[in-house]
Ligand binder design. Structure first.
Ligand code: ARE
Length: 598
């Protein structure tokens, strides 16, 4: 029997499903007179249901109405047929867990990989100001010192502070290893305030600020006091001024919330006695003692990824939880000052109900806010610490930092992925994420935790493709400070160089400006449906909204390519009136990003 001509299966509607919605399954199977098709379906943790599919016209059909409980649903097909009086059975499933796409036939039941359906209640979208914005991420110590005469505010004891920004190594050229983990450069909130005009003129609508609360380090993931701004960065008054001045320019500020751990040097743990209060490491009588998990008091305790500097907090401790999400708690205090929302550090290590509490507390203080989570993988099906995470199912975050997008783009441009593989990776996100979550992902090409994009991709023509994708793909584009200036940087801490004010690379700056202008030229890039396709090593996508359409085609190869688009692209979902766009011949220059606005 010819297996390749044997099946053609799909489900409708495409992608993640709202609880209670009906799903239609259809499978075409020909080649034998006695075919039986069974749909095998199970909600995670429950037993499989075997559902016979009814033959009708050109295929086998089954309509299933889903349950009320959000979670993951899995399915595959069993086909049995007889040939010369012998009955055969084959199993039809996905290519790999979490990746849908082309069906794979298996002869053994244990080898079949079920398709995933995300069953969710994600019905309350992120605020529209967020979805419309272009974001900019700022690592405060390295952005700009806005203090008059460039004086550094309250330098820390024993810290090295570069006297003036100009003395610092240039991070435009490959200049590695000059930054150590404990350097301070003296960037501060006044610096961000003074650069708001620059950001506004660049077209920025949101700033993601790395942590700013009092702490010992330059990165401030080791919180010392959740209720105070770090004195090197400024004060609560300056922060309030920053938020209001930003608002005047149509810019909202998203804060980094680090609620999984605190600094060993903090009001709460107080290992070094720097704070006046009795900390958990000082005495079991400390009011904070029960926030932490000690294995052997006081030296051995649970901490983040083995880093002793970051003792883990027990988020289920009622006092801690109330401190963060209760009335007048940390979330309410800062949200009331007019910020745009929060980015949750290590979201995958926070309990689901804690994240839901943070969302409620934030929205109680201001409903027009966004909650983002730091998740590095496909957030729809992540298992962390033995638990399937539920952050995208509706009650928790609006969007995640889209590392899979960044990795896909970089791997493809470096030649590590074929266009077909990139297609499947990006389609998996489109399929697995609730639609609103896919459109609310914070897309970037690099962050303070990764190599900089211009170090990953140092060929400017390829860089232009990456930047082009950032600004035309669904999700909110976010620029890591200085990427637009052409900064380079290897892994942390090298990726956190001081912004080279006045020495920006004009070509790269122009690249960013023109792509931001493109994004703003049509709402299709914000809300338009996404229909990706590939042919050989060419990757492309159509964005559609109402009568507007935009076609992007990427040629990563060092040679010109002649591309003939035709019906074979498998774009069954594209409405009839747009199909003509996908036929025709295109001449693509070597290493080019091509946009056709239609
Ligand atoms: C630094 C160095 C470490 C060193 C440590 C010890 O980077 O190599 O061991 O110092 O002193 C913050 C600082 C870091 C600092 C760290 C510890 O920014 O400079 O590290 O504190 O002091 C995983 C986590 C993810 C995490 C990344 C870094 O899942 O949550 O690792 N990101 C957040 C922040 C960081 C922050 C912390 C967490 C801690 O954004 O900036 O670090 O609050 C895969 C995995 C991911 C993994 C990723 C990177 O793809 O899927 O889970 O992320 O790789 O390792």
């Amino acid at each position: 029997i010819d297996y390749n001509s044997f099946y053609e299966g799909f489900k409708k509607p495409f992608g993640a499903i709202v609880t209670g919605q009906e799903i239609l399954f259809r499978l075409k199977a020909t080649g034998s007179d006695h075919i039986e098709v069974t749909l095998v379906m199970a909600q995670e943790g429950k037993s499989e249901q075997f559902l016979k599919m009814a033959p009708e016209g050109d295929g086998f059909y089954k309509v299933v109405s889903t349950g009320a409980e959000p979670g993951l649903l899995f399915y595959y097909f069993i086909i049995s047929f007889s040939e010369k009086l012998v009955t055969h059975t084959i199993y039809v499933g996905a290519q790999a867990p979490g990746i849908g796409g082309e069906a794979v036939l298996r002869e053994n039941r244990w080898d079949v990989v079920p398709y995933q359906i995300t069953l969710h209640q994600f019905v309350e979208p992120a605020p529209s100001w967020y979805k419309d914005a272009v974001f900019y991420q700022i690592f405060v110590d390295r952005f700009y010192n806005g203090h008059p005469e460039g004086k550094v505010l309250n330098p820390k004891k024993n810290s090295f502070v570069y006297a003036t920004w100009e003395d610092t190594p240039m991070y435009i050229k490959d200049c590695q290893g000059s930054i150590t983990r404990w350097d301070f450069f003296g960037g501060n909130l006044e610096g961000v305030l003074k650069k708001l005009d620059y950001l506004q003129e660049l077209g920025i609508g949101g700033i993601y600020l790395n942590p700013i609360f009092k702490s010992r380090s330059n990165h401030k993931y080791d919180t010392g006091d959740f209720l105070a701004i770090d004195e090197m960065f400024g004060s609560e008054e300056i922060f309030q001024e920053l938020v209001l001045e930003a608002q005047k320019r149509g810019i909202r500020i998203v804060l980094d919330g680090v609620f999984n751990h605190v600094g060993a040097d903090s009001r709460y743990f107080n290992s070094f006695g720097s704070y006046p209060e009795l900390g958990a490491a000082q005495s079991p009588d400390s009011p904070y003692y029960s926030w932490f998990n000690f294995f052997q008091y006081p030296t051995d305790y649970e901490c983040w990824w083995g880093v002793k500097d970051l003792p883990n907090v027990n988020e289920n401790n009622p006092t801690y939880r109330n401190f963060i999400v209760g009335p007048e708690g940390v979330i309410e205090k800062w949200t009331r000052m007019g910020i745009g929302g929060w980015r949750l550090d290590v979201a995958d290590e926070l309990p689901d109900d804690f994240i839901a509490d943070i969302r409620s507390s934030m929205q109680k203080a201001n409903p027009d806010t966004v909650l983002l989570g730091e998740v590095w993988e496909d957030a729809s099906n992540k298992i962390a610490y033995g638990q399937r995470r539920r952050y995208l199912l509706g009650k928790e975050i609006h969007g995640t930092m889209n590392y899979p997008f960044k990795n896909g783009v970089i791997d493809y441009l470096k030649g590590h992925l074929k266009a077909r593989e990139l297609y499947h990776r990006l389609m998996a996100l489109k399929e697995n994420y609730p639609r609103e979550a896919f459109y609310s992902a914070l897309n970037s090409l690099g962050t303070h935790d990764t190599k900089r994009i211009f170090t990953e991709i140092s060929d400017k023509e390829h860089l232009k493709i990456a930047v082009g994708m950032l600004f035309t793909f669904p999700g909110v584009p976010c620029i890591y400070y200085g990427d637009e200036a052409g900064m380079k940087g290897e892994a942390d801490p090298d990726n956190r160089g001081p912004y080279p004010w006045g020495k920006e690379d004009p070509e790269i700056m122009e690249m960013y400006r023109s792509m931001i202008a493109l994004r703003k030229s049509s709402p299709v890039f914000v809300g338009g449906e996404l229909h990706p396709f590939y042919q050989e090593n060419t990757f492309g996508y159509l964005r559609l909204q109402g009568e507007e359409a935009s076609l992007i085609i990427i040629n990563r190869e060092p040679e010109d390519v002649r591309l003939v688009l035709n019906d074979a692209l498998g774009l069954d979902e594209v409405p009839e009136q747009f199909r003509h766009i996908l036929t025709g011949e295109y001449h693509l220059k070597a290493k080019s990003f091509n946009v056709y606005q239609l």
